[in-house]
Write a protein that binds this ligand. Structure first.
Ligand code: B12
Length: 517
């Protein structure tokens, strides 16, 4: 009989424990947890609990962890916006299982490990690529290996020790994610959200293929998370995984979630060629496509490989803002002809924009909106600029004194600006975003029909989503923190409302409609 091994639970907490909000909650890719599980396969048994996807209450989640009775629990947190769910889950677990070792990881932990470790219930914070750090740490804790020398924040006699960020140079060395640890049939058959980024065909899978980006846009944290050097696996490994997902789970499409897969043009073209040569026969979308890297050969390969749509992140419609604030190498004049070219070969184009940068004028914000209307994209997303720790925009906002104080991670919400200027307030930008998104994308019957088709929803559903979006910004901004004016009752601010753990839990997979970006 096999000897009994200790168990590690890997988990995503439920974002709704912090704020139950149709606009900001996202289901996460189980492959991150499946990959971590594969990396530690030889050391411990692993179970995965995805409280987000299955909309579990904190109690249900804790019951499941307790029933497994693991020695180790690893919690993954993608964004700083939902950091509270890390601390909520850890507190709940430690109340029932005092001796469990808690290991935190993910993008939020990589950036804010000092803040994370201020929670005494967390034993280790993993900084950067987690696969080998977790394996080595567990081997050490199991008494069979050395303590890792990179990628950890931990306490030593009450002093916090912070090691260098872990970087895996050879992505080919990583194992195939252990997809069998989750019910893949659930994940591949439910779109993360109904909206512009829905997969081209169901069932589908999401992939992050490369790590790192050299461009250094001012608002982006990627340099601090994965570094400037782009690391890619071999194209054969990527296509092996696609074929595995197709043959074992029946996926018909996939989405590429990379920060910037097209920046390494040679790799990207070779990947497309491999997809064609091995007859993968899946359609796909690219979530972040750096339009300035596009050339004719690439576009031709994209079409032949099955690409159906791209998201191009243009960010600003004003060249000064692009060059001096966004710091992205885009010549705005080149954008409309490139978008036209992509659409002419039959691909959809969605464009992303950001408004309300530190130092941006009201006229420049207006130019971005006008550019969005005229650039030729089928649909435009607008975000407000939110300075994140570890980015140039964070430093810019502090230096310019334009950050609304007190500023902190708790304010991270892409709908609500935290920047001020002599010309506009944070609220001006938040309100403008919601209303201009509404006007640019839905002003005519023709546009409404086109967007409904793109999103795969009815025009009535579109109307509901638009209303919810406008209502969310107005109720959050206009009434926040005020008395109700009638009987002196306090109207809760967004932060107060978000801390409400939310409505009754069903344990069912929730299908959500409600997308505003
Ligand atoms: C893919 C992606 C998404 C996808 C998620 C897809 C999905 N279904 O999971 C989508 C499109 C949904 C998305 C949405 C958003 N995203 Co996003 N996204 C990313 C992106 C590009 C890659 C993340 C990823 O999957 N990487 C691949 C995996 C393997 O890496 P990883 O998650 O970092 O995990 C590794 C380590 O962190 C560690 N690890 C992770 N978990 C654990 C757990 C344990 C126990 C251990 C030991 C280790 C460990 O090991 C892993 C393997 O090495 C990152 C940028 C980046 N490069 O990280 C932005 C990023 C995370 N996103 C960001 C943002 C802002 C958002 C949005 C708010 C955008 C918006 N405006 O709406 C939403 C909100 C999502 C939410 N509510 O959580 C910001 C986060 C900033 C912050 N600090 O909060 C980032 C950093 C991009 C940026 N501009 O700077 N995103």
């Amino acid at each position: 009989m096999a000897s009994k091994r200790n168990t590690l639970v890997l988990a995503y907490p439920n974002q709704r424990w912090h704020k139950d909000d149709f606009q900001t909650n996202w289901n996460l890719n189980p492959s991150t947890l499946c990959l971590l599980a594969a990396a530690v396969d030889e050391v411990v048994d692993v179970e995965i609990i995805d409280a987000q996807f299955y909309d579990m209450s904190l109690d249900e989640f804790t019951d499941r962890v307790q029933a497994i009775n693991p020695k180790y629990v690893g919690i993954s947190i993608l964004t700083t916006e939902y950091k509270e769910t890390l601390h909520l889950s850890v507190a709940a677990i430690k109340e029932r299982l005092q001796d469990v070792v808690i290991i935190a990881g993910g993008v939020h932990v990589t950036i804010e490990h000092v803040d994370v470790m201020s929670d005494p219930a967390i034993d280790y914070a993993v900084i950067g690529d987690g696969e080998y750090v977790l394996r080595d740490l567990l081997e050490h804790l199991e008494g069979t290996g050395e303590f890792p020398s990179t990628g950890l924040a931990f306490r030593n006699e009450n002093q916090l020790v912070v090691q260098e960020r872990a970087v895996i140079a050879d992505l080919d060395s990583l194992p195939m994610p252990k997809y069998e640890l989750v019910r893949m049939e659930d994940y591949i058959s439910i779109a993360p959200r109904i909206g512009p980024n829905r997969p081209p065909e169901m069932p589908y899978a999401r992939l992050v293929i490369t790590r790192g980006c050299p461009v250094g846009c001012s608002f982006c944290q990627v340099e601090s998370i994965s570094g400037k050097r782009v690391r890619s696996p071999s194209v054969g490994k990527v296509v092996d995984e696609l074929i595995f997902l197709r043959d074992n789970y029946g996926i018909r499409s996939f989405m590429i979630d990379d920060d910037n897969i097209v920046i390494k043009k040679k790799f990207f073209k070779e990947l497309l060629q491999e997809i064609i040569d091995r007859d993968v026969a899946l359609s796909f979308h690219i979530h972040a496509f750096a339009i300035f890297s596009l050339d004719d050969e690439m576009l031709d390969l994209m079409v032949r490989a099955g690409c159906r749509a791209i998201n191009v992140a243009i960010e600003s419609g004003n060249q000064r803002v692009m060059d001096q604030i966004v710091l992205k190498p885009i010549n705005l004049e080149s954008v409309p002809p490139l978008i036209k070219k992509v659409r002419e070969v039959g691909l959809s184009v969605i464009a992303n924009f950001i408004i309300g940068f530190p130092g941006e004028t009201w006229a420049e914000i207006r130019e971005t909106i006008s550019f969005a209307e005229n650039c030729g994209a089928e649909y435009s997303k607008f975000f407000v600029a939110v300075p994140l720790k570890g980015t140039k925009m964070w430093d810019m906002a502090l230096e310019m004194g334009t950050m609304a104080a007190p500023f902190g991670a708790a304010h991270l919400d892409w709908r609500f600006s935290q920047i001020t200027s002599n010309e506009w307030t944070a609220d001006d930008v938040s309100i403008l975003r919601a209303y201009e998104w509404d006007r640019v994308n839905f002003a005519t019957a023709e546009k409404r029909k086109a967007v409904a088709t793109m999103w795969g929803v009815t025009e009535e559903e579109i109307q509901q989503i638009r209303k919810k979006t406008r209502d969310a910004v107005i109720s959050s901004i206009v009434t926040a923190g005020e008395d109700d004016g009638q009987n002196g009752e306090h109207v809760p601010s967004p932060a107060e409302r978000w801390s409400d753990p939310g409505s009754a839990r069903t344990g069912e997979v929730p299908v959500r409609i409600g997308v505003t970006n």
